[in-house]
Design a protein around this ligand. Structure first.
Ligand code: AMP
Ligand code: GLY
Length: 426
């Protein structure tokens, strides 16, 4: 009998649409549910009216439907313990449990592990009292970095150019609680200089499958200017991620991280996503994420030739050692088309013309929903126009050709994704 595979993808962003798209290309996969999904995922399977962070709601549904695999996309449900809750039900789950997810959910947990394992990272202190934090800040040169310990949707990091700026950030986080409990503990960190690289590894807790190095563009404006966002575009492989660099990161960073987790009795099955700074003295960890990056996923998945079901399923089973994972040659790029006013105050609700599908490209939906006007803008990052091909230049042409098909009132996107790798003229 032919296998009939079913999978639940938790989340509703471009990452989850890309996960669903990749799983759906596998003829064995017969059913995909999304909790809650978006207008793009609705075309691949069934969107469920479940909140990703409502553990009991998701667990109640999963206990009844028993999907063959659950892939948890975002960090919030992982940090809340969704993977543990589903494993208790006997389900196969891709994503770390609550303890492992602290790598992203608590910057001080992460920093302690890095220091204990002698993994290269910025020097830092962690504080629960504002006056201690200020004293430490004054002992460090500027610029320096002030970070809220907990999850703050990518906003809890302030690069302070002066001690006065650092003191203000400390006060806002600790006394004014602008990030709520996430800022009850703060880290004050040495500023690292260099280029950033996102390195994703799929792991079963013991073995690592390292995916191509990716780079994203966090700033809203061209030339990497303006406010920080969730990410305005990405590409892979990043030319900086040479085989030698990847080997170094594996040996000095990823393997010791898994060993450190194992020493604490944590079995980590999911994505270990290292946010690295490539400094003059070698790669250093800026942060860990406990899930696939967004928009990095949109460029990594088109490059994985091995069926995603096999890769994620083997990691969920603790059984990656037997799997030979194939990565395609060539490159991929994605451009995020954002709502007007994003990231400060995105304007939502307008109708979206999604345009024609083109070869070697895909339009991944992020903040979209079906409404009275058809497909409507429902989030700051609306869609991610993605292209792939023999090299980055071709991938860029295809991503931008797909982007040009899309229209909605106030559409904004960067025209310079990939400039670090391609220069500004291509
Ligand atoms: P994080 O959430 O810790 O990755 O921080 C978000 C962003 O802040 C990073 O992607 C970097 O651009 C920047 N950043 C964080 N830590 C540092 C650091 N120690 N030195 C320089 N930039 C940093
Ligand atoms: N693209 C950055 C992130 O997913 O955290």
């Amino acid at each position: 009998m032919k296998e009939q595979l079913s999978v639940l993808v938790v989340g509703s962003g471009g990452r989850e649409h890309a996960l669903g798209w990749s799983l759906a290309r596998d003829p064995r996969v017969k059913k995909i549910w999304f909790a809650p999904g978006n207008a793009g995922t609705a075309a691949l399977g069934e969107n469920l009216d479940l909140a990703a962070t409502d553990l009991e709601e998701v667990a109640g549904w999963a206990a009844k439907e028993k999907p063959g695999l659950v892939v948890v996309g975002p960090e919030a449900p992982l940090c809340a313990g969704l993977a543990d809750r589903l494993r208790e039900l006997g389900l196969r789950v891709f994503g770390p449990g609550k303890k492992g997810a602290q790598l992203e959910g608590s910057k001080s947990f992460c920093k302690e592990l890095l220091v204990r394992q002698r993994i290269p990272t910025a020097k830092a202190g962690s504080f629960q009292k504002a006056e201690d934090a200020v004293r430490f800040s004054e002992s460090l040169p500027c610029p320096q970095v002030v970070k809220a310990d907990g999850l703050a949707a990518g906003k809890g990091v302030v690069i302070a150019e002066s001690h006065a700026e650092a003191a203000t950030a400390i006060r806002q986080m600790m006394a004014e609680k602008v990030f709520g409990e996430a800022g009850a503990t703060v880290l004050i960190e040495e500023f690292l200089e260099g280029e950033e690289l996102s390195l994703h590894a799929v792991t079963d807790g013991k073995n690592l499958v390292i995916l191509p190095g990716a780079q994203d563009h966090k700033r809203v404006g061209e030339g990497d200017t303006g406010l920080n966002t969730g990410g305005m575009g990405a590409y892979a492989p990043a030319p900086k991620a040479t085989p030698d660099l990847i080997r170094e990161v594996k040996d000095r960073i990823l393997v010791p991280t898994l060993q450190g987790l194992a020493q604490q009795g944590i079995e980590y099955r999911g994505v270990l996503y290292a946010g690295l700074m490539l400094t003059k003295s070698g790669p250093k960890v800026l942060e860990y994420n406990c899930r696939f990056g967004d928009p990095e996923t949109e460029v990594l998945l088109p490059l994985i030739e091995t069926p995603l079901w096999d890769l994620l399923g083997a990691a969920a089973d603790g059984n990656l050692s037997g799997l030979a994972v194939k990565i395609r040659s060539g490159a991929a790029m994605t451009v995020v088309l954002a709502a007007p006013g994003y990231p400060a105050q995105p304007v939502l609700g307008q109708a979206i013309q999604t345009g024609r599908d083109l070869p070697d490209s895909c339009l991944f939906h992020a903040g979209t929903k079906r409404g009275a006007k058809g497909i409507e803008v429902a989030g700051g990052r609306v869609v991610a126009a993605t292209g792939w091909g023999k090299d980055l230049k071709t991938a860029k042409e295809r991503a931008y050709a797909r982007a040009a098909e899309v229209d909605f009132d106030g559409i904004q996107y960067r025209r310079d994704i990939g400039h670090r790798a391609l220069g500004t003229t291509q």
